[in-house]
Design a protein. Structure first.
Ligand code: ZN
Length: 129
C-alpha cells in the first residue's frame, strides 16, 4: 500500500464512519490505559472524524493537529506525497519545528486538564517544603 492509498483509506474511513460512533467508543490508546493520561496523539481519530464531517470546532477540541493533518492527507491523496515530502519531511528545520510544536501542544493539553507532565512520570517528585 502506498502513502497515497493509505491517505485515501484514512480519509474514507473518517468520512464514512459517523462521528457519534467514533466518539462513543472507549479509547484503545495503550498509553492512556496504562497511565490514565492522554498520549500526544490521543483525540486524533475523533478529530479526523469531526473534520471529515465539517465540525471544525469539535475537531480542534479533540486535537489541535487533527484538521491540519487531515488536510495534509487530502493533499497527499490528491497529489501524492511529493509536495509534503519535499516541503516538510526533507527539511530538518521544518520537521524539528513541527515535532516541537506537537510536543508543546501535548504538554499544554496535559496542563489544561490539570495533568501536568510530572504526573505522567513513573517517579515521584519531592515536594518543596
Ligand atoms: Zn493516546
Amino acid at each position: 500500500m502506498t502513502v497515497r492509498q493509505l491517505a485515501v483509506a484514512a480519509i474514507a474511513a473518517a468520512a464514512l464512519v459517523p462521528p457519534a460512533r467514533v466518539e462513543g467508543t472507549p479509547t484503545i490508546c495503550l498509553f492512556q490505559r496504562v497511565t490514565g493520561k492522554p498520549c500526544p496523539s490521543c483525540g486524533l481519530t475523533r478529530s479526523w472524524s469531526a473534520t471529515a464531517h465539517g465540525r471544525l470546532r469539535t475537531a480542534l477540541a479533540h486535537h489541535p493537529f487533527g484538521p491540519p493533518t487531515f488536510f495534509a492527507a487530502v493533499l497527499i491523496a490528491l497529489q501524492g506525497p511529493t509536495l509534503i515530502d519535499r516541503a516538510v519531511l526533507r527539511d530538518p528545520r521544518i520537521a524539528t519545528a513541527l515535532g516541537s510544536l506537537w510536543l508543546v501542544t501535548w504538554l499544554s493539553r496535559l496542563w489544561r486538564t490539570g495533568q501536568g507532565p510530572a504526573s505522567v512520570l513513573p517517579i515521584r517528585m519531592p515536594s518543596a517544603q
